[in-house]
Design a binder for this molecule. Sequence first.
Ligand code: PNS
Length: 161
Amino acid sequence: MAVRAVYPGSFDPLTNGHLDLIERSLRIFDQLVIAVVTNPAKTALFTDTERMEMIRESTRHLGELEMVAFDGLLVDLVARVGATAVIRGLRAVSDFEYEFQMALMNRKLREEIETVFLMPHEAYSYISSRLIKEVAGYGGSVKGLVPAGVEERLRAKLGHR
Ligand code: PNS
């Protein structure tokens, strides 16, 4: 039986750390669904459509990946798409507490779903979408930290050259 996993996140925007995790997940799981949260309470720089377009453009080399937008409980989405695992990245100890709480809450909600933590390549261990937006917002270079298409869109969105 094919093992199906969901990789959820805000992806605002996709970074090379996310991409690294997608590639690692594809080596472990038979099928991967990238789930883009569309939480209206979280103010995103990019629209849902833009965030999904950036993922689509940056993962072309990996074939056609399954992607969904969702705005409810993650575990319900996981069950709906017939997956059994949630993938989350752990960059540093500082990620651990929040991720631990989410994993255990998700287990409380649906105990049949496992959270699997993967470590991105150490070259990406300090990257976050938040920091990328901050640096790009002040005109700093994020080259090599995000896919080229994302870099381009950040420039267009934030008005830098
Ligand atoms: O990329 P992010 O912002 O760290 O991703 C967080 C995400 C989307 C995985 C998390 O906020 C989430 O699962 N949201 C869906 C709502 C939900 O299920 N909340 C309870 C989590 S215990």
